[in-house]
Design a protein around this ligand. Sequence first.
Ligand code: KG4
Ligand code: ZN
Length: 332
Amino acid sequence: MILALETSCDDTCAAVVTAGGEIRANVISSQGVHDRYGGVVPEVASRHHLELTGAVVEDALEQAGTTLPQLDAIAVTQGPGLVGALLVGVATAKALAAAYALPLVPVDHLHGHIAASYLAPNQLEPPFLILIASGGHTLLAHVRDHGWSTDSVELLGTTLDDAAGEAFDKGARLLGLGYPGGAALERLARDGDPAAFAFPRGANVPRLDVSFSGLKTALLYKVRELGGEETTRLRADLAASYQHAIVETLARRVERALDQSGLERLTIGGGVAANGALRERLRQLVPDLHVPPRELCTDNAAMIASAARYVAPLPFPAYLDLDAYATGERQL
Ligand code: KG4
Ligand code: ZN
């Protein structure tokens, strides 16, 4: 059994997963304190991780009915993410592992998002295409096998500016919805016409990358033009058209990637994977779209434990000087 810690952003997570990919515990403590600032405040996140990590680990071990000396290894998100937040997880994992001379497995956060698909009971086997869209990342990748080398995972596209979730959040803010606003924007869009406004879809971006910068500006100008006079109907139309532009931007890249790679299996991850319009659109491309449960799409430690099963563990005491990395250590 593997215990994993994930503290790359604002969720303090610990999970216990078996070698076969069965989840024995998946504890997530969402901090919630950042919402009033309209975004995650890194220093506040680190301090909360410090307060919460011990309890979250204890909960996970108790739920799994196991103890530290019974574990095979301890895994931790090494990066990318907020460096102060990552350091809390890395230092805690090192200390817990060293106390029992257990091996430590450093995991890349994006490998974790991919490995969410390897968890029981609905495992997806490579090769497949994956779209990860969250508040922190937007990534399209060809997954050839379970590992994390450039041979295993080929990055096909990423965002040139905002992550897809950020685009949702910034749009939501312009429409006067709270933070994070993706889900609220989707609710508002339900009563709107996605064809009411023709928002840009990043069509001139090369390869399989995406860009949301022109889209946000277009919404900003439209909202200014309306000068706060917009009716409920008009706001719903703006939300629906804005959402449609994001969904189309992502779906077109996915469609092209499927064509170019010849892949038939598709899965999604990240908070934006909860979006109904996106799922519906992707199901037009691949009818049996693989969607992990929501709690495995958003940041969690079960996915980190899952990835750890395919990473070489560092024996004690080789990991004592292990450090976190804030940005892509391994250039995919
Ligand atoms: O994976 P996640 O929980 O954590 C971060 O990476 O921060 O993703 C959160 C993001 C936020 O930007 C949120 O607005 C977006 O996912 N999101 C949604 C929906 N639910 C969450 N975006 C669009 N539609 C949704 N239903
Ligand atoms: Zn993430």
